[in-house]
Design a binder for this molecule. Structure first.
Ligand SMILES: Nc1nc2c(ncn2[C@@H]2O[C@H](COP(=O)(O)OP(=O)(O)OP(=O)(O)O)[C@@H](O)[C@H]2O)c(=O)[nH]1
Ligand SMILES: [Mg+2]
Length: 315
């Protein structure tokens, strides 16, 4: 996309050679859907970079979030949840994207949900074992753990499944125990010149982030199946003084789905638009006029070419 911010990567070698060495590297947040990867990214960065819903498979693309510290730069890589569904092209794309995001990272934070270790977690771990990369195990959502005494034997058992470099129980939602996680991460990162300028936070530009904020509200306001048949594309974005006019397309797969998104008398779309507008105003820091259009594109989620044209293309 043309509005993406530009990283410092690729600057002339002479220039980067003169920069001081700091602790610096790419850290992938990996796990099955819904374990809290995006919540953790947002908490670690102290701002909303990635959208979050209570439904699995919220994140669809790799998203970088850069955390700047004194003498350190942690480049977090949020990833789609690795899952077992292979039925649709979109599902295969999500897994491919998550798997590709593992290439060339310095460290992986493998998230699991409390004491649950399901076959999907096991499949993620199998994938990690095949890579020669240090893995920190983060046991998330401990705020919802009724009996904390169960944690220790579970940690013991998990430690036998893989030589994790560290194990950190935490709550991404409540922001609990994030400092020990960050310290553990810093211990693992190599020294290098900074990869990004100090004001660089994410590789995703405003159009992508706006589309995501709309998709977040769609996922939150639609039932269990329909979120997976929706995609969002920002069509136009025009600045008029303090006001940003945004026009976005919501893609669904069938005419019946269009009717559901719009709702009786347009009520559902109105709520979705109003919530998304508030979020976008926070992001842009100014007034926003948001127009949403719902359009049908038959079977887009199982059509490789349609996926590509909606921005879901190979990394
Ligand atoms: N109680 C509790 N809920 C959490 C915690 N972290 C995340 N959640 C909730 O778990 C749900 C999923 O969170 P996400 O951050 O979207 O999970 P994800 O791993 O990014 O999910 P995908 O993008 O679908 O793979 C949301 O409802 C979060 O509020 C936590 O520490 N405690
Ligand atoms: Mg996510």
């Amino acid at each position: 996309m043309s509005d993406e911010p530009r990283p410092a990567e690729g600057q002339p070698a002479g220039l980067s050679d003169e920069l001081p060495l700091i602790r610096c590297g790419h850290v992938a947040l990996v796990g099955r859907p819904n374990v809290g990867k995006s919540t953790l990214l947002n908490q670690l960065l102290g701002q909303k970079i990635s959208i979050v819903t209570r439904k699995p498979q919220t994140t669809r693309q790799r998203i970088l979030g850069v955390c700047h510290r004194d003498g350190a730069q942690i480049v977090y890589v949020d990833t789609p949840g690795l899952h077992q569904r292979r039925d649709k092209a979109l599902n295969r794309y999500l897994n491919r994207t998550a798997a590709n995001a593992l290439a060339d990272v310095d460290l992986v934070v493998f998230l699991v949900d409390r004491l649950h270790f399901k076959p999907e977690d096991e499949a993620v771990l199998e994938r990690l074992k095949r890579r020669d990369v240090p893995v920190i195990l983060a046991i998330n959502k401990v705020d919802r753990l009724r009996d904390k005494a169960q944690l220790l034997p579970h940690i013991q058992w998990l430690s036998e499944q893989h030589p994790f470099v560290e194990v950190v129980p935490l709550s991404a939602l409540k922001g609990e125990n994030l400092a020990p996680l960050e310290e553990a991460i810093l211990r693992q990162l190599p020294e290098s010149p900074p990869l990004f300028p100090e004001d660089y936070i994410t590789d995703r530009g405003p159009r992508f982030r706006i589309a995501e904020l709309i998709r977040e509200q769609l996922m939150r306001h639609l039932g269990e199946e329909l979120p997976y048949a929706t995609a969002v594309e920002v069509e136009a974005m025009d600045q008029e003084g303090q006001l940003t006019r945004i026009s976005a397309l919501i893609w669904v797969e069938r005419p019946g789905q269009k009717a559901i998104v719009i709702g009786d008398g347009g009520q559902r779309l109105k709520v979705i638009g109003s919530r998304a507008r508030q979020e976008i105003q926070q992001l842009l820091g100014g007034r926003v006029f948001l127009q949403l259009w719902v359009k049908v594109r038959e079977g887009w989620s199982d059509d490789e070419r349609a996926l590509q044209s909606l921005g879901y293309e190979g990394d």
